[in-house]
Design a protein around this ligand. Structure first.
Ligand SMILES: [Zn+2]
Length: 243
């Protein structure tokens, strides 16, 4: 039996699988990975600022209009569809096998695929709010307002509910993620190089003996894992969820 079949048997026997994912989960949906060769960080941009700076708390505070323009032009992808990885994970949840998804992505593709229990560590681009009065705005509201940054109630500044560089992850998201991981039977980590904080720091909470890593390239944690696949994540997840 090859290791993929062996893992599929583990999946069949488990009702407590947790998935932890990064940018590589969404690349085949057409959303670029920030840090890969073709990713956002290596694309030329018109300003002299680095993408990292333009997605920082400081840049948002100083230049809220340019910040929103940057978000609109570079991070909002309309009409993108979930791929085989999102769809397979949603299926595993419906089958009562997958307890939850922890994602570093802000594209909401897991929810679009039908997943319910999703911890968005870095927030999302569906929800916006006024930093002054707290009024919530949906993506559609913001789009209708042509991405204006002014709150219609109080003229405060509207921002997306994403975690910017220089901001902390939300405590309740960290707690939910730690709980899911520490109680998981099978932990599948996919589409992340595990190089960027805080991804790697979450792995230490896993107590089981079925750690699965699926990533196009090797990671520093491959040796720690019980199952390692350097293959297309959509194909692996599809196969595992076909039960
Ligand atoms: Zn307001």
């Amino acid at each position: 039996m090859n290791i993929l079949e062996e893992l599929k048997n583990q999946v069949k026997n488990s009702n407590n699988i947790v998935f932890f994912g990064g940018a590589g989960v969404s690349t085949s949906s057409g959303i670029p990975d920030f840090r890969s060769a073709t990713g956002l960080y290596n694309q030329k941009n018109k300003s002299n600022f680095s993408p990292e700076y333009m997605l920082s708390h400081e840049f948002f505070e100083k230049y809220p209009k340019d910040f929103m323009k940057y978000i609109k032009e570079n991070l909002i992808y309309e009409n993108v569809k979930p791929n085989a990885a999102h769809i397979g994970l949603s299926k595993l949840e419906k089958l009562g096998k997958l307890k939850g998804i922890i994602t570093q992505n802000i594209d909401s593709l897991h929810q679009i695929a039908g997943s319910k229990n999703v911890v968005e560590l870095h927030g999302n681009l569906r929800d916006f709010y006024c930093v002054n009065c707290g009024r919530n705005y949906s993506f559609d509201d913001v789009k209708k307002l042509d991405y204006t940054i002014e709150c219609s109630e109080c003229k405060g500044i509207i921002r997306p509910d994403v975690v910017l560089y220089g901001e902390n992850l939300k405590e309740y998201n960290i707690n939910k993620a730690v709980k899911l991981i520490s109680e998981a039977d099978i932990l599948i980590v996919g589409g992340t190089s595990l190089k960027v904080y805080p991804a790697a720091s979450f792995l230490k909470y896993y107590k089981g003996d079925k750690l699965v890593l699926i990533n196009a390239e090797r990671t520093d944690y491959d040796n720690m894992a019980n199952y390692v696949f350097h293959e297309d994540i959509g194909e692996i997840i599809s196969y595992l969820s076909d039960i």
